[in-house]
Design a protein around this ligand. Sequence first.
Ligand SMILES: Nc1ncnc2c1ncn2[C@@H]1O[C@H](COP(=O)(O)OP(=O)(O)OP(=O)(O)O)[C@@H](O)[C@H]1O
Length: 283
Amino acid sequence: MILDLRNIFKDYNQDKLVVPVLKDISLQVEEGEYVAIMGPSGSGKTTLMNIIGCLDRPTSGEFYLAGTDVLKLKDRELSDVRLNSIGFVFQSFHLMPRESALENVSLPLSYAGIKKKERKERALKALARVGLEERALFMPTQLSGGQKQRVAIARAMVNNPKILLADEPTGALDSKSGAQIMELFQKLNDEGVTIVMITHDKNIAAHAKQVYHIIDGEISKDGNEQTDENMEQTDENMEQTKEKEIKTEKVTLEKKTVGEAEAEKKTDDQDDTIEEASDEKET
Ligand SMILES: Nc1ncnc2c1ncn2[C@@H]1O[C@H](COP(=O)(O)OP(=O)(O)OP(=O)(O)O)[C@@H](O)[C@H]1O
């Protein structure tokens, strides 16, 4: 069992009010599964993804990731779990705008302390895995939406994580590019990657082998409980949700990358200077 969440509750405290958001969620995902989570806006999907992605902790419950009791880990250890075991893909890609595709994909390798030469080799391999090795030196503005998302997927996979978490991965794409992303997910899943994906789109959810629905903080399996009314509610809320997700993603990105990137980049630049100096010395 790669993900084992038991009786997860999550409350937010707001203005002295306790807002219960996740209510007794239990979810078990076997290694190699492909899971979609659907639900109306505000039902708790992102809150659950943040817990699965070790970005947030539940108010109560148990969570084992590949057998590790992650809720017992310190923040620093959780950040290692995020770096090595989980790849993240977001609706709006979150590429660093002033870095090339290659540099964007290399980023998690910098966090992991991998040296420049190996970083380049591995990032190129990851780009090849998503069919974009020829775009390695392109900047994000020179890439189409679908290509940006493929770069983001290469970045998510460059550390070979066992789990890929995707929050509305096709939400910003036209249907053709969305279909290509789904083909890529299928390929990764065939290679053994466990995928957990949030989506509002039932056609996208249909690519997963197992679909769950969250309604008002409670989870249920399969499509049986998905009524037409819920579906309409989901569609109606989509626009509102997109705006909200972009905000949430920005906060998550800032939390996960920007601060770390700046710190890492400083050390990295120092590393490179040292490497280059020693290269010169050798030659
Ligand atoms: N940091 C927070 N503080 C207080 N309440 C929050 C916080 N984050 C989320 N919530 C509330 O928790 C509920 C679930 O939010 P969440 O973002 O998980 O829903 P969602 O299903 O992902 O919705 P959407 O599809 O619109 O993104 C919402 O009512 C939201 O207002």
